[in-house]
Write a protein that binds this ligand. Structure first.
Ligand code: CO
Length: 173
C-alpha cells in the first residue's frame, strides 16, 4: 500500500470527466487500497481517484465514528440516478486546502455503481452520507464544490482560488 500525493486545485485531471473502469482485477483493488490509505493519512472522509492523479471512475468513503451510516466503502463507476430534498452545509475539499464554503445538496440519493468485482450495486443514502457521495461523484465528473457555492461565496473565495491555482501550476512545472 502507498500514500499518494493529493492533486491540488489547478491540476488538469481535477477538471476531467474520468474514464469508466472496465477491468476488475488486482490493479483496481490496489488502487482502492492506496486511495483508502491516502484518505486516512490526511484524515479525509471521502476521496475521488483524480485527487490522487488516477483517471478512473472510483470513489472511496469512510466517515468513521463521527458520521453514522458513512461506513467504509469503495464504488466503481458510480452514477447518481435519483435525488431529492435540499440542505445547505459547509464543505471543504482535500484538493482545496484551507478553504470552505456552503453548498446546497440533495438529502436523499440513489446511486447505481459497481463493486470491486464488477457486480452492480444500488445504494440509497441520506444526509451526510448522501452529501459525501455527491461531493465525490462531482469530482469524477470534473466538478468541484466551489462550482456550487453562491456567487457571494465564490467571489469571497476567488482570489484565494486564483493563488492556489497559480501555486499548483508552478509546482507542476
Ligand atoms: Co473534494
Amino acid at each position: 500500500m502507498a500514500v499518494l500525493p493529493i492533486t491540488k486545485y489547478g491540476t488538469p485531471i481535477l477538471r476531467k470527466r474520468l474514464e469508466d473502469v472496465t477491468e476488475f482485477g488486482e490493479p483496481l483493488k490496489k488502487i482502492v487500497e492506496d486511495m483508502f490509505e491516502t484518505m486516512y493519512e490526511v484524515r479525509g472522509i471521502g476521496l475521488a481517484a483524480n485527487q490522487v492523479g488516477i483517471d478512473q471512475r472510483i470513489i472511496v468513503l469512510d466517515g468513521g465514528p463521527h458520521y453514522e451510516g458513512c461506513e467504509k466503502i469503495a464504488l466503481v463507476n458510480p452514477d447518481i440516478i435519483e435525488s431529492s430534498g435540499e440542505d445547505a452545509m459547509i464543505e471543504g475539499c482535500l484538493s482545496i486546502p484551507g478553504l470552505e464554503g456552503e453548498v446546497i445538496r440533495a438529502t436523499e440519493i440513489t446511486i447505481k455503481a459497481q463493486d470491486l468485482d464488477g457486480k452492480e450495486v444500488l445504494i440509497k443514502a441520506t444526509d451526510m452520507q448522501a452529501r459525501i457521495y455527491q461531493h465525490e461523484c462531482d469530482h469524477i465528473n470534473g466538478k468541484m464544490y466551489v462550482d456550487r457555492v453562491s456567487t457571494t461565496t465564490r467571489s469571497l473565495l476567488e482570489s484565494k482560488l486564483k493563488k492556489l491555482q497559480k501555486k499548483t501550476e508552478q509546482d507542476l512545472r
